[in-house]
Ligand binder design. Structure first.
Ligand code: NI
Length: 210
């Protein structure tokens, strides 16, 4: 399918580090329970389980839970629709990877979970997720529900006020790969190419559900 050309910023990786640095510098009320440093430490050294149950609302306004995706691999990504560079870049890579996997890609469920539920309503997600892939599911929920799932996936996010009274959201941007039973397999760093995603995911597709 044809997709609109999205604004791609070449220094997406640098953007993440800037976001992390500013996240480490201050506190914001709408945010993950733990600090960016704690969360990175957990992920880097595999100190705690990653992932877990969720009960959220999709872009059509329907209730969705993790259990309905059993039997498929899940590619789970956290971000927000106003994100200027990192999120669209990674979501575009996910969409391209699914296309490159061909019919086998149907065994992979891509999921985008917002860390900005105040602005990312179901209606807003409905305009956003189809830009990247027709099967991409966008999920939103209450502040509590989002914090719970972000904490479970070891995602750091925090609202950062802007000078004009608006705000942005700093967040870690890993793509999580979950197996057919919903268990964590690993993460892809921000900026991973579609080809690399395909290279890592394809062998997993050959493994049947347990
Ligand atoms: Ni983002």
């Amino acid at each position: 399918m044809t997709r609109p050309i999205l604004r791609i910023v070449a220094c997406a990786g640098a953007g993440l580090w800037l976001a992390l640095a500013s996240a480490l510098a201050g506190d914001a009320p709408q945010q993950s329970t733990r600090s960016a440093a704690e969360i990175m430490d957990i992920l880097m050294w595999n100190r705690e389980p990653v992932g877990g149950p969720f009960a959220l609302t999709d872009q059509a306004g329907h209730a969705r839970t993790d259990t309905e995706f059993r039997g498929k691999l899940m590619l789970v990504y956290f971000g927000f629709t106003y994100c200027p560079d990192v999120c669209p870049t990674d979501l575009q890579a996910i969409g391209l990877a699914l296309d490159k996997l061909g019919p086998d890609g149907d065994q992979v469920q891509p999921i985008f979970i917002t860390v900005d539920p105040a602005r990312d309503t179901a209606a807003h997600l409905a305009e956003y997720v189809p830009l990247f892939h027709p099967r991409l599911i966008g999920l939103t929920g209450s502040d509590d529900a989002i914090r719970k799932v972000a904490d479970a996936y070891k995602v750091y996010y925090a609202r950062v006020p802007l000078k004009d009274g608006d705000y942005t959201v700093d967040h870690t941007a890993y793509i999580y790969l979950m197996d057919r039973d919903g268990n964590y397999l690993g993460f892809f760093p921000p900026g991973t190419s579609a080809d690399r995603l395909v290279e890592i995911i394809r062998p997993r597709l050959a493994e049947p559900a347990r």
